[in-house]
Design a protein around this ligand. Structure first.
Ligand SMILES: Cc1cc2nc3c(=O)[nH]c(=O)nc-3n(C[C@H](O)[C@H](O)[C@H](O)COP(=O)(O)O)c2cc1C
Length: 361
């Protein structure tokens, strides 16, 4: 049956989203250094709910102070942070959107200036001056992810996305290039994926059957292998997680690894038997045409990143205009502020090539 972008979708856990648009998780450096939600972060996200997103995902939110990856990062590592999250989820709900928080630990990628002590990883990493966790600490890390999910539920979120992508700690376990352990959390793929699977099982057990659980994975870079990630997907589908979020960065790209270049990167995941799990992808989805062609493949809902920075109402625009194309960049600071970005987010976006016009002197 043809998928329509304005159709509601139902997750395996029973929760429904009003349409097929999700705001992709986007770090915006707008919160307080102690992890509390700021007014700017609230405004940025609530404006996306107002703009028609059926699902609003937060930025990567750290589950432990030692896993902080960015200045001004939103945190979910302490009960003291719950009131801010409660405000956010209540506001998002007012517009009929679901709210999902991305659970994150940067591992060896935590800048030393942001954490106490040294960054941690699956194994020692000289280049990052990071130390490998012992078995007891791995159990604690698992517990920290699960505790953050329990806190998320108490904060009113409809679900969580476990951040297993982009070279952060769970990728550092999945990766055969980074993980050199010789115990049950290292070595073969089954062992390297044990931690992320145990986290998902623990969240389901503690947060119950009606809570959305998604997992984000990178199919390449950081030592990821497409076939290995396909196997991890199958394990997650077997557990009936609600959605898989494959981070492609460009939905039209070919794989970088020469052995996989006979088909598009996306097709490796649209060909997976998804059973009850829904599939979403992100990466340069700029127009109504882009959205509709993904739905014609096996993608169930789309995740919009930079398009949603440029247009808080990207979903409304796509649903009302089949010819809609996102604004070209660079754009002015004033334009981004009108779209609900605070000063810190504008400054962060200056680091992205050709996104913000240089300040006139
Ligand atoms: C400013 C910015 C911040 C991002 N922060 C995160 C993040 O916190 N977690 C994450 O998984 N991906 C993050 N990403 C990746 C996006 O979620 C998305 O996958 C990527 O930007 C590709 O989609 P797009 O082409 O629509 O922007 C970020 C991207 C941008 C542009």
């Amino acid at each position: 049956m043809k998928k329509i972008v304005s159709d509601s979708i139902q997750f395996a856990c029973g929760v429904k989203a009003k349409n097929r648009f999700m705001l992709a998780p986007m770090t915006n450096s707008q919160s307080y250094e102690d992890g509390r939600l700021s007014e700017d972060e609230l405004n940025w996200l609530v404006k996306r709910a107002e703009g028609g997103f059926g699902i609003v995902m937060t930025c990567a939110s750290h589950i432990h102070p030692n896993g902080k990856g960015f200045p001004g990062q939103l945190g979910i590592f302490s009960d003291d942070l719950i009131p801010g999250h409660q405000r956010l989820t209540k506001e998002i709900k007012r517009f009929g959107a679901l709210s999902i928080i991305q659970l994150h630990h940067a591992g060896m990628r935590s800048p030393r200036a942001l954490i106490e002590g040294s960054p941690v990883c699956s194994s020692d990493q000289k280049k990052h001056d990071a130390r490998g966790l012992d078995l007891k600490e791995i159990q604690q890390l698992k517990h920290d992810f699960i505790a953050a999910a329990i806190r998320s539920k108490a904060s009113g979120y409809d679900g969580v996305e476990v951040h297993g992508a982009h070279g952060y700690i769970l990728t550092q376990f999945l990766s055969s290039e980074i993980n050199h352990r010789q115990d049950q959390y290292g070595g073969n793929l089954e062992n390297r994926s044990r931690l992320i699977l145990e986290i998902v099982d623990g969240i389901r057990k503690e947060c119950g059957a009606n809570f959305i659980i998604g997992v984000r994975l990178s199919p390449e870079k950081f030592g990821m292998d497409i076939n290995e990630i396909g196997w991890v997907c199958t394990e997650l589908i077997h557990r009936e997680i609600d959605f898989l979020d494959i981070s492609l960065w460009d939905v039209k790209k070919m794989p970088e690894d020469p052995q996989y270049q006979n088909q598009s990167l996306l097709s490796y995941f649209t060909n997976v038997e998804m059973k009850k799990t829904l599939l979403t992808v992100a990466g340069k989805i700029h127009s109504s045409k882009d959205v509709n062609s993904l739905l014609d493949l096996n993608v169930d809902f789309v995740s919009i990143g930079r398009g949603a920075i440029l247009h808080h109402d990207f979903p409304k625009k796509v649903m009302s205009d089949p010819a809609f194309i996102s604004k070209e960049t660079p754009v002015s600071e004033e334009y981004l502020k009108q779209e609900g970005l605070g000063q810190a987010f504008v400054e962060y976006m200056r680091r992205w090539p050709d996104f913000v016009l240089p300040q006139s002197s």
